[in-house]
Design a protein around this ligand. Structure first.
Ligand code: FAD
Ligand code: EPU
Length: 349
């Protein structure tokens, strides 16, 4: 099918655009219109187009945390803006980063500059603009801790707003942006990164990995190297097999339910919280319920990590979602625990 492409200076419009290479679950969906945005100052002009004022709008980074269950009968706004600006250096650096920068490139750049804090978050796919949406986290660190503010285009107020960390309401895999999904287009994120900070090495496997690579007095980049080794070993690579990382969040239950489950299933993997809630390992629940490595057609659960929904080839978004629901139902039947998807599920359910 012919694809019309028009360069508007600052953004490019593409009609009937394929999204296959724009989502890591490799779902073969299309968008009625795709806008590749390279200049955020053009957003007001772009959003004023009649088609964008009323129709469906999906803001997209690298598509590493979405499941498309159908075509987009509206516009996909791909944020491809670039720029990293050190606004203030010193004991704490303030760095403003454009939404379209690749997260992992930015983390590596900070380490090269001697800024600490983001080392445990190395190798997470996606863009900087998407990092605050679910408050990305790994190996004992969440990005919220290092975000000073988020700059966004507010589609309701029709102006650029700056939201500080408190306004962003960050929590485990959650933020204000998830609760008002059609409102904010993140244009930049401002980070506050220390030159010195206490390294986080308590997450299972980090110290062992540092020992294995022969490091006894680690710097931030050593921790990053350990995390790279762990992640590469544990998680399937989307370049090899379609996936969106963890497809399910680790469920949070109250302590009473946690204790009851632990009595019934002494092997249960769970992390009792500082408050009265427990976080349960969804991977353990899924593996114990027998879903690890299971597949139906091309949709399945990875045989490397039970949290990862995979597309073995040509699974549609609907097929992937049906398999995910099969897992949710199976875990609920076995443990009485309700799993929730981590990625945004976009389209019919
Ligand atoms: P997309 O998938 O493009 O978008 C995700 C959501 O954010 C969508 O709702 C989208 O509308 C919204 N969005 C994107 N950009 C903007 C913007 N500029 N403004 C407003 N809304 C926007 N996540 C973790 O937290 N920890 C991990 O360890 C981790 N590991 C992963 C490993 C693999 C192999 C994969 C494939 C994914 C992993 N993820 C992980 C999930 C994913 O990498 C993150 O959620 C990432 O932040 C998504 O970035 P993206 O640019 O691909 O966002
Ligand atoms: N486990 C199993 N079976 C498996 C895999 C893991 O039982 O197949 C159990 C093991 O007991 C293991 C425990 O689960 O010790 C924890 O596994 P892991 O360290 O891989 O962490 P996770 O809880 O499964 C979370 C995040 C990941 C993040 C890692 C590291 C969520 C939903 N997922 O996974 O984030 O990289 O911790 O911090 O919180 C993502 O969000 O996409 C993602 C990959």
């Amino acid at each position: 099918m012919a694809v019309e492409r028009v360069d508007m200076g600052g953004y490019t419009l593409i009609e009937n655009a394929p999204l296959l290479t724009r989502n890591t679950l490799r779902v073969n969906a299309r968008a009625k219109l795709l806008a590749e945005v390279r200049d955020a100052s053009k957003l007001p002009e772009l959003l004023d187009f009649p088609a964008l004022r009323t129709g469906q709008l999906l803001v997209l980074g690298e598509g590493s945390n979405i499941l498309l269950t159908g075509d987009i009968d509206g516009t996909v706004l791909a944020m491809e803006t670039r720029g990293v600006h050190v606004e203030q250096d010193g004991e704490i650096a303030r760095i403003a980063v454009a939404a379209g920068e690749r997260w992992d490139d930015f983390v590596r750049w900070t380490l090269g500059q001697g800024f600490a804090g983001l080392e445990n978050l190395i190798l997470i796919p996606g863009t900087v603009g998407a990092a605050p949406i679910q408050n990305i986290g790994a190996y004992g660190t969440e990005v919220a801790e290092f975000i000073e503010s988020v700059e966004a285009w507010d589609r309701i107020e029709r102006r650029v707003v700056t939201l500080d960390r408190t306004a962003c309401a960050f929590a485990y895999r959650d933020s204000l942006f998830k609760h008002e999904p059609d409102r904010f287009i993140v244009t930049a994120v401002r980070f506050a990164l220390p030159r010195q900070h206490a390294l986080r090495m308590d997450y299972a496997g980090i110290r062992e990995e540092l020992e294995r690579i022969g490091v006894s007095n680690p710097a931030p980049f050593h921790v990053a190297e350990a995390v790279v080794h762990l992640r590469t070993r544990k998680l399937p690579d989307p370049a090899v097999i379609g996936n969106a990382g963890s497809f399910f969040k680790n469920p949070i239950v109250d302590a009473a339910q946690g204790e009851t489950l632990k009595r019934a299933f002494p092997e249960l993997v769970a992390w009792p919280g500082k408050d009265t809630r427990w976080k349960l390992s969804a991977a353990w629940l899924i593996e114990t319920a027998g879903f690890k490595g299971m597949r139906k057609g091309d949709a399945g659960i990875s045989n490397r990590h039970a949290l990862v929904l995979v597309n073995h080839g040509k699974a549609s978004g609907q097929e992937l979602w049906a398999f995910a629901q099969h897992v949710i139902e199976g875990v609920h039947a076995r443990f009485g625990v309700q799993l929730e998807p981590e990625p945004m599920v976009i389209g019919p359910r």
